[in-house]
Every structure is written in C-alpha cells, then in structure tokens.
Design a protein around this ligand. Structure first.
Ligand code: FES
Ligand SMILES: [Fe+2]
Length: 427
C-alpha cells in the first residue's frame, strides 16, 4: 500500500539519483515509497520551491523582485557614516553625501577593492579610505588624489551603482535593468496625513516578533509572504492556541473569501459579533512582496499602513513597515504576559508562540514538496500562482503587473481595512 504524491508540490523532480535506485520502476521512486502507515523510515528527501525562494541575481524570482523598487534603508539613519546593505543576495553600501543626496554603491572600490563601508562621506560623494578615490552617488569618479591632475583618466571608470529615491521615511532602490526602471509608486492610504498624524517607520523584524529585537529575520521571505494571505492562523495561532495576542474577536472563525485585485490578492474575513454587527476584515497583498494588513485591534476604517517583505538573501529578510500614527505615539512593541518578544525565554516562546515561532519553525527555507495545501490555503496558492506567472513574464522580456512607467498612474489604491456593518442574514 502506498500513498500518492502530495498535491501542492511544485513540479520539481525528486532527488533520488544514485545507483541504488536506478533501474527501479519509476513509480517506486520518491513519494510512492512512503507507506500508508506513515512510518518515517525511508522517506524521500524533500526540497523547497527554488523558483520562489531564490532571489539572487539571475534567478527567476530575483529578476522579478528587481523589477520593483525595494526599501533598503531608513532615511533617518543615513547620517555621517556609510551603511552596509544586503538585499536580494547583493552586498552594497548606502550613504548620504553632505549635499543630502542618498547613494547606493557596490562596496568593493574599483581601484584595488577595499570596502567603501570604511569610506568618508563628503559634500560630493563617498571617498575611499585607501587611496582617496572619490565617487558620487552615481558612481562617477570625481578625484584620484595620488594621480597627476587628480586622475586624467578618471572619467573612463565608474563604480557600480543603483538608483535610489526617498519616500515615506525609506530609501528605495531599483536593482533592475536601467531601461526597465518604473516610477516609484505612491499608496493612497499614506498620502494624506490628518492634522497631528505622522509616519512611523521600521526596518527589521518588527512584523515577525512585534518588537525591535531582530535586525534581520533568519528565514525565507516566502514564509512571511505566505502568512499575509493566511487569515485562518489568526484564529488559531493568535487567538485560541495560547493567549489572546490581539483581540478576543479574532477567536471567532471567519467566513473567508479570496479574490484577485489590484495586481495582487485580497481576502475578506467576515466575523459576526455579539452586538448584531459584523466586521469585514479586508487584507491585501500586492505584487511581488507588499502587504497592507488592517489594524490588529479591529479599529474601524481603512488600513493605515503598508509593509514590504524584502529578501536579504534566500534565507533571510527584513520587513519595511510604515504606518500613519498620531503624533507623539511611540511603539514599545507587542507585549505577551507583560514581556516583549525579545524579553521572553525559549520556554515562554513555546507556551505562547506567535508569527516568528510558526515561521521559523518552517526552517530557514521551507520544504514545499512536502506541504499539503488545503482549501484554507487558497490565498497562498493564488499568490504563488501569480508570482510564478509573473516571473515567467519577466523571463520572456515582458513587464510584470504593477510596474508603472507613467507618474500619473503611479498611485496605488489600497483596499485593506476593518469595515463594520449590520450583520447579514445567513444565506
Ligand atoms: S582601494 Fe579605493 S582608492 Fe585604492
Ligand atoms: Fe500572524
């Protein structure tokens, strides 16, 4: 008795390829060898969906990600020292010259390769510590002080660089082909600040842990990306498994619908409340790694924020979060039993697991071949389908959905929010 190959795998071939199994009938190889009694002995090796998890230069998903602007730094942190940036598997150096212009350079100095991380910020750019070559924010070499006349041929060389722009408190970078550079989008829910409102920004692990204790999250960006179209874990992980982590109403099992919209996927999760009302919680995911999650205290109205899950490399990410908040408000972070995530012991993390524990538990990169996706995972399947479809569009030379080359069309409508109304009769 054998069990069938699980659904939801990505079509990659299995990993058996040695003399011991060559010559066996193909249906005996791989998943078909797993006995129905579930015994773990002899189970085949499993593997990630590398089409979605590999993000380096030249990989399908890496090239897709490079067609969109990605937040790589916080504007407020760009002061008088260069910063190391690791994004999409590339090492870079971010700085702001003393004229106020941000720049993002390949870090190995083109002269003899020391790191521009140790360079000095000047009015016109970043000066290498070793022999003083000076580069502006577009990599042009402005000075070679050890050469006659400051380098007669300095115009013939250029330090590799990427375009950057600042908005909503972040430095965004475009790491894709120059001729395909889109307009940096605007988001309608961040455009108008009410009197007294300000933008709160974070870059790191806040979205996973609820505090600032992690600068980088040590697992694949896809874990968090899947999480945003998973309204059911809110009922289990955050509400009924241990303590109520957000609000008691999340313990109600919602009626959920998933739909494609606005270059991404949305869900509507409706909960009937005791007071005769129902709340429709609409959450959005936009291609390729952008989300807008409504207020987690179920405050009525449109979502006040946007977040990007930015891959650092195949097995790390940072989350860039921005949200409108009343002026003067600061976040210490989410507290569970009076403690932030960073203050909790390992045993406390076991007793009250949250998003970080659930996602870190999937490993540095999940093994998608052994997943068993079911009806409640439909939103995740829709996201992955769109990603796979669009990385094929890019591979064929096309432009993926959501990139815009006309500034007049660069305002993105964000549907997310908690919307209350009189409860509908069951039908
Ligand atoms: S290594 Fe940078 S100037 Fe020589
Ligand atoms: Fe969550």
């Amino acid at each position: 008795m054998t069990r069938r190959r699980p659904r939801g795998n990505t079509g990659h071939r299995g990993c058996f390829d040695n003399a011991a199994v060559r010559g066996l009938r193909t249906e005996w190889i791989g998943f078909n060898l797993i006995p129905m009694n579930g015994n773990a002995y002899g189970r085949p090796p499993q593997y990630p969906n590398s089409l979605l998890t590999q993000v380096g230069p030249g990989t399908p998903c890496g090239e897709l990600m490079r067609r969109y602007w990605q937040p790589v730094g916080l504007s407020r942190q760009l002061t008088d020292l260069p910063q190391k940036v690791r994004v999409l598997g590339e090492e870079l150096v971010l700085f702001r010259d003393r004229s106020g212009r941000p720049g993002l350079l390949y870090p190995r100095c083109m002269h003899r390769g020391t790191s521009l991380f140790y360079g000095r910020v000047e009015g016109a750019g970043l000066r290498c510590c070793y022999h003083g070559w000076l580069f502006d924010v577009e990599g042009q070499c402005l000075d070679q002080p050890c050469e006659p006349d400051g380098g007669r041929h300095r115009d013939s060389v250029r330090q590799p660089w990427y375009p950057v722009q600042e908005r909503y408190g972040f430095v965004f970078a475009y790491l894709g082909p120059p001729q395909k550079m889109p307009v940096l989008p605007r988001y309608d829910n961040l455009e108008s600040l009410a009197p007294g409102e300000t933008l709160w920004c974070s870059l790191g692990g806040f979205g996973s842990t609820g505090d600032d204790s992690l600068a980088v999250v040590p697992y694949s960006w896809l874990h968090m990306n899947d999480n945003v179209m998973d309204p059911f874990h809110v009922q289990v992980l955050h509400s009924t498994f241990s303590v109520v982590q957000f609000v008691p109403q999340f313990a109600l099992m919602p009626k959920v619908d998933f739909f494609y919209a606005d270059h991404g996927v949305c869900y509507s999760a409706i909960r009937k409340l005791d007071d005769g009302q129902e709340v429709d919680r609409i959450s959005s995911w936009l291609m390729p790694n952008i989300m807008s999650v409504p207020d987690v205290t179920l405050r009525a109205g449109h979502s006040a924020g946007i977040a990007w899950v930015v891959p650092v490399d195949d097995s790390h990410y940072v989350q860039a979060m921005v949200s409108k908040i009343p002026a003067g408000v600061t976040f210490r972070g989410m507290l569970l039993n009076g403690k932030t995530w960073g203050e909790m012991t390992e045993a406390e993390h076991q007793r009250t697991p949250g998003d970080y524990e659930a996602q870190a538990g999937q490993g540095p990169i999940s093994l998608h071949s052994e997943e068993h996706l079911v009806t409640s995972d439909r939103g995740i399947m829709m996201q992955r389908r769109l990603l796979l479809q669009q990385l094929e569009v890019v591979a064929k030379g096309g432009d993926p959905v959501g990139v815009v080359f006309d500034a007049d069309k660069a305002l993105v409508k964000v549907r997310s929010g908690n919307f209350y109304r009189a409860a509908q009769a069951a039908g």
